[in-house]
Design a protein around this ligand. Structure first.
Ligand SMILES: [Fe+2]
Length: 390
């Protein structure tokens, strides 16, 4: 029988109502919903969930994809466990593939892509002074506190921690609660005062306009932590801008500029200290859904490149608009980083800058990789949800 129909059941998740072969594909529909999806037989065999085909712990593929017959076809479809499992009996060798209903339903709804997280875009007016902040003791006390803090960073693109001991070691411990410190040309965990040893404007006391770090890196640092350990002077407030808010504004107000900013790959470079890094990113990178994925903007580090004349003019016009908005006080928040208050921000979303300052300032910090912070969030959420450590 090339169709299977399930009875109403009380199994958890989304039980399959019906599975049938249509035009050589397997069409699945679910109970209590209008969701229907088609899967190719080859794909279903490749994603079989038996332990011989999919490692039960690591979810690594065990099936030999390339030994699956290209014309593989089902002999029979069956629903098991009240519709929570689809069984496919293959005609060429009589073997059975098992596909959980929830797995197929998830694929039907997302194509296996990860949706952008829930974000709250902000500008100066909406953020006001209600900065996301948590006590260091709560963050350090256990996974629930850390999950809450990282969720704040995910939602707003930054969060503060108060009551952090004003030492590099304590700051490093906080970073390492999340993931490991990323090593770059600047080292790992760093601290500095005004220091011209490095050929980078971050090491002077002049004002620095809003930017993201590592535009010259293929994998720009995902997150950055700052902790001011000592300050004796005036000025030096940190500035943050929600790059996704600015991108959203441009998308609404100037689609032509948005098209340019989201497609033209802008090269950037870092030269000095025996290295020459070079990479390119669009100013506004989008994911497969058109959601914002990454802002990469540092006009100081942009490398020479040219486009056809009309495209070049469109690029400069769009870049000027972006630069105007990120420097518009309406989009900017400012804060004075003080000993005891650490700032963690998403360097793929939040632009940072600094007012000029006079006096003595000692800052420490570190980069974290995007993937490591996201991994930590997934693990913490799985544990909090009762799923155990993946
Ligand atoms: Fe920076």
């Amino acid at each position: 029988m090339l169709a299977a129909t399930g009875r109403e059941s009380s199994s958890r998740g989304a039980p399959i109502r019906h599975a049938v072969v249509v035009d050589g594909e397997i069409e699945v529909s679910w109970q209590n919903s209008g969701v229907t999806a088609r899967f190719s037989p080859f794909w279903l065999r490749d994603h079989c969930h038996t332990p011989e085909s999919l490692h039960p712990d690591t979810l690594q593929r065990q099936v030999d994809t390339f030994s699956i017959p290209t014309d593989i076809a089902p002999e029979r479809l069956e629903l098991a466990d009240g519709g929570s499992t689809l069984r496919v009996i293959w005609s060429h060798d009589g073997s059975v593939s098992i596909l959980p209903s929830d797995f197929l339903r998830g694929m039907a709804e997302t194509s296996g892509r990860i949706a952008a997280p829930r974000r709250r875009l902000w500008d100066r007016a909406s953020m006001q002074r209600n900065f996301p902040i948590m006590e260091h003791t709560e963050i350090a006390s256990g996974d629930p506190g850390l999950l809450r803090w990282l969720s704040m960073v995910e939602e707003h693109g930054f969060a503060l921690a108060s009551g952090v001991p004003d030492t590099l070691e304590a700051t490093q411990q906080l970073v390492e609660r999340i993931g490991y410190v990323r090593e770059t040309i600047f080292g790992g965990m760093w601290d500095f005062t005004a220091n011209l040893a490095f050929k980078d404007t971050a090491y002077t006391s002049a004002a620095i306009g809003p930017h993201t770090d590592g535009t010259y890196s293929f994998d720009s640092p995902g997150y950055q932590m700052f902790h001011c350990l000592q300050f004796d002077g005036t000025g030096g407030e940190s500035t943050l801008v929600d790059g996704f808010k600015v991108a959203d504004q441009i998308r609404r107000a100037d689609p032509l500029a948005f098209e340019v900013l989201s497609t033209v790959k802008v090269p950037a470079q870092y030269l000095g200290d025996g290295v020459h890094l070079r990479a390119e990113h669009p100013v506004i990178a989008l994911d497969h859904n058109g959601d914002f994925a990454q802002i990469a903007y540092n006009n100081y580090d942009r490398a020479p490149f040219s486009l056809a004349p009309t495209r070049m003019a469109a690029f400069y016009r769009a870049l000027k608009l972006f630069n105007e908005l990120i420097n518009d006080p309406a989009y900017e928040i400012t804060m004075r980083l003080e000993p005891g208050t650490a700032l963690l921000f998403d360097n793929w979303r939040t632009l940072h800058g600094r007012r000029a300052y006079q006096g003595y300032r000692k800052l420490c910090g570190a980069y974290l990789n995007k993937e490591d912070v996201e991994s930590k969030l997934r693990v913490l959420r799985a544990v909090a949800g009762g799923g155990g450590t993946p």
